[in-house]
Ligand binder design. Sequence first.
Ligand SMILES: *Cc1c(COP(=O)(O)O)cnc(C)c1O
Length: 372
Amino acid sequence: MTHVRQQRGLNAIKAYVPGKPIDEVQREYGLKNVIKLASNENPLGPSPKALAVMKESLSRVNSYPDAQNHNLLKALAEHLGIRPEQLTVGNGADGLIMQTCLAYLDEQSEVIVSQSSFPVYDIYTHVMRAALVKIPLRNFGLDLEAMLQAISDKTKLIFVCNPNNPTGTIVTAAEVEAFMNRVPKHVLVIYDEAYYELVDSPDYPDTLRYIRDGCTNIMIIRTFSKIYGLAGIRLGYAVAQPEILAPLNRVKEPFSVNLLAQAAGVAALEDQAFLEKTVASNHAGRIYLYGEFERLGLPYINSHTNFVLVRIGPQATAVQEMLLNKGVIVRPCTGYDLPLFLRITVGSQTQNVRFIEALESTLQDLGRLHSD
Ligand SMILES: *Cc1c(COP(=O)(O)O)cnc(C)c1O
């Protein structure tokens, strides 16, 4: 027994549960060929250009990385058409969410999030002992109107996950415009656009326009983890006015973006071909999954991302475990308050077919499919 007490906020926190790693499932279930469709990773691997510069950079890892992130910020600013001072980079989008909460929250603060959204917002809100205000989904999407109604004098941050993880839905440019017009200026709205490059809807907002127009209560967070296939090196960026970013830089780890990540980020931005290949592969895979879910009689939510939320029903947990036995890792959604659903990452075509075969035989084992 220890007499050392943990920080008072921590009891409220459920630690983030990542997708099960492949080697763990191989060991536990005695399986060789395991596929993971649980963490929205890029099935095509990392950007080849990023991989090449990381190999070249390996011999320099005895040095600290550039604390100013000069080359990366310059490349990003050009890529996005904004000024380098309006940008900061971090140890994944997760690192930037953490920095934002550390920089802006205290015990008196309230944070508005959607129920069934990305859980990292909740974690750092609790770390800062701020109050979390959770707004229920509306038609599986974020309810911006209800979020607006929930604003109080204590509200400091609103997290808008767009597209939303785990539902895959978007809020539109028109909704965002109406929302931003009415959010009071003391409230910072954070658009988490982790899947931004995968969205092809004409209704999706161009949030960077707000930055260029001088809006002072908006921040956009994006990542290299998904589209560029670089989840393992941890690189994300945030866009906001310099005075909004300054507090984030005060709380950051001294070298929050490592040397390999800085080099990889610059190269990935030049890898347009890989980005397009990923978008095309994801699009085809998503359509394949939709067709198969329809054939199996499973309702799903139309997605703007590289994952699909599918309704299994009360047997969702059983199905997820039976899939594990067959070497297919998918994401349960009990932690997202959607216990009847599973979240399936769109994989390569081989992986998608393997998943559907495993799912179909699982449903058969449960007596849920009847052959004519
Ligand atoms: C994957 C994901 C992130 C995390 O991105 P990292 O850069 O890997 O930390 C953030 N937000 C959402 C909505 C995500 O799905």
